[in-house]
Design a protein around this ligand. Structure first.
Ligand SMILES: Cc1cc2nc3c(=O)[nH]c(=O)nc-3n(C[C@H](O)[C@H](O)[C@H](O)COP(=O)(O)OP(=O)(O)OC[C@H]3O[C@@H](n4cnc5c(N)ncnc54)[C@H](O)[C@@H]3O)c2cc1C
Length: 508
């Protein structure tokens, strides 16, 4: 029978074997390109790694970023925008978390104070969090500084567009990474990149829906009234601007805060008559956690914390404690410091207070058993509460603010790595990595496969899915690669010289 595969596609031999000899790839007609290191993903995880490597002397020609994105901030910008954080708004990380600047100096607070000629920002960063809220940069500041750094390190020259299908071990050493370039970009369906080092930073595999909401959407084919905060849902706000309505908001994290903020802003700005029913699965009514040092503020349903984790988990004593702890100890500590939180920002507090007093914001403790359509085309959420009360809340919309999917098997490349690449999952179900962020079990000869970002949660470092965490991973990986002779070490002389280059905008 003639071979019906498109030109240069994966052969049954390649699909079925975990270790590929060069011969098998060539026989499948897949063109092979040699690059010493590839980073798969092309988001901020890839960007922070190639930034560190360029600063440590790796030439752009030794690095390739394989991605379906045009810019490293694209996914972050998209998810932020749809989840109600427009570019002018302030994000949720501190002044020193600069993905464009490994030194964190000058901080974003100094940067914005200088740019906007605003001593108020300096006062804020000097007195936070006692007299003022923590300083956070505007999203647009992060985009602009990333754009400048991308140009400085020749990011565009390192980018190869396409969808990565898999990474497999090469017979002998190193890896083959299979990329499907955009249709028509190459004569063959796939190309292979043969490299000694691979880095995976593929972010979140997709959206996560609460099971009852997913069931409703599928059963009633209704993707209009039940929405996830991470998908475009501007129509909800437009509807509520045009007529009075009821919206159920589910979730208690930063995204729920932002969605509420938007609904409340629209009430103030456009006179919307929206009634908001806010459902908390766990209703926090006060400070909680083992005292006196690990207590967290809480109230009105929320657990309050400025950043996704306490600051010392990013680079202080909690980071060190978690690194030293064994598996069970880590899990125990993460239970205390993790969980869903939101910053206690003064403007949001004032809005929620006004809503409670005005009778249009209704925070409730409730677990939703089922969502069903009402005869007049609305939604009924049937709930039960911890005190045994059952209720029925009728609304025009439900906004699910509970999260993104980070399950490793949900991502095709990671699933393939578990099946064929020797990767293992840790107690949190994510990829097990060592302290150098090498994925345990995937080494091949002198080749190393690293990973960073959400897929590596639950290991020695808790803050992996944050700007600072991605940068920490990037610096640890770069240090490991320097030890293997791939790039220079970042000693005091190189660091000072490179900072001066960074400050004056000169290429690395
Ligand atoms: C809404 C939101 C706000 C956040 N705000 C902050 C904040 O204020 N401060 C902070 O420190 N952190 C924040 N984070 C957390 C974190 O810093 C960001 O999510 C960051 O963008 C993660 O970077 P990443 O590279 O791991 O993932 P991403 O930015 O998602 O990049 C990975 C990309 O890889 C690509 N990809 C995946 N699979 C393949 C494949 N097979 N082939 C080719 N390409 C592929 C996809 O396009 C994917 O988007 C936020 C996260 C979210 C979701």
């Amino acid at each position: 029978m003639p071979d019906a595969r498109p030109l240069g596609d994966l052969s049954p031999e390649l699909l079925g074997s975990s270790v590929w000899p060069d011969r098998a790839v060539l026989e499948a007609g897949i063109p092979v390109y040699d690059v010493p290191l590839v980073s798969v993903g092309g988001g901020l995880g890839s960007f922070t790694l190639v930034d560190a490597l360029r600063i440590q002397g790796a030439p752009a020609s030794s690095l390739r970023v394989l991605s379906n994105l045009d810019t490293p901030w694209q996914t972050w910008a998209y998810l932020s925008r749809v989840s109600q954080l427009p570019p002018r708004e302030r994000i949720r990380s501190d002044a020193g978390a600069r993905p464009d600047n490994i030194w964190g100096f000058p901080s974003y607070a100094l940067h914005e104070a200088w740019r906007d000629r605003s001593p108020r920002l300096l006062f804020q960063v000097l007195t936070e969090p006692v007299l003022t809220d923590f300083f956070s940069p505007r999203a647009e500041t992060v985009f602009a500084t990333l754009e400048r750094e991308a140009a400085r390190i020749s990011y565009a020259a390192m980018l190869a567009k396409g969808q990565v299908r898999m990474v497999r071990r090469r017979a002998g050493d190193g890896y083959f990474t299979i990329l499907t370039p955009p249709a028509g970009a190459t004569p063959t369906k796939r190309i292979a990149i043969r490299s000694r080092f691979v880095h995976l930073a593929v972010g979140y595999p997709g959206l996560r829906f609460l099971p009852d909401l997913q069931e409703f959407r599928e059963t009633h084919n209704d993707y209009h009234r039940v929405v996830n905060a991470y998908e475009p849902h501007e129509h909800v706000y437009e509807f509520l601007k045009s007529r009075p309505g009821v919206v159920v908001v589910r979730g208690a994290g930063i995204v729920a805060s932002r969605v509420l903020h938007r609904l409340m802003d629209d009430r103030e700005r456009y006179g919307s008559q929206t009634q908001i029913v806010h459902m908390f699965r766990t209703f926090v009514s006060g400070a909680h956690g083992p005292g006196p040092w690990m207590r967290r503020r809480g109230g009105d349903g929320w657990a309050y914390q400025a950043f996704t984790l306490p600051k010392s988990a990013f680079g202080g004593q909690l980071k060190a404690r978690i690194r030293r702890a064994d598996g069970a100890g880590r899990a125990e500590l993460m239970k205390v410091i993790g969980g869903t939180t939101t910053p206690r920002l003064r403007p949001w507090q004032a809005q929620m207070r006004a809503g409670r007093e005005g009778g249009w914001y209704h925070p409730v403790q409730a677990v939703v058993d089922r969502v069903e359509p009402t005869p007049d085309g609305r939604l009924a959420s049937l709930t039960s509460s911890d005190d045994g009360t059952r209720a029925r809340h009728v609304s025009d919309f439900v906004i699910d603010c509970t999260g993104l999917e980070a399950g490793v098997p949900e991502h095709r490349v990671l699933a393939d790595l578990l099946e064929h690449g020797g990767a293992r999952r840790n107690g949190a179900g994510r990829l097990m990595v060592g302290e150098n962020f090498a994925v345990t079990g995937t080494e091949n000869g002198d080749g190393v496969l690293y990973a960073s970002g959400a897929a590596t949660a639950g290991n020695h470092f808790p803050a992996v899915d944050s700007f600072l965490g991605l940068q920490t991973a990037a610096l640890d990986i770069a240090a490991d690669l320097a030890g293997r002779g791939f790039c220079a070490r970042l000693g005091p002389l190189r660091s000072t010289g490179q900072w001066l280059r960074w400050a004056s905008g000169r290429p690395v």
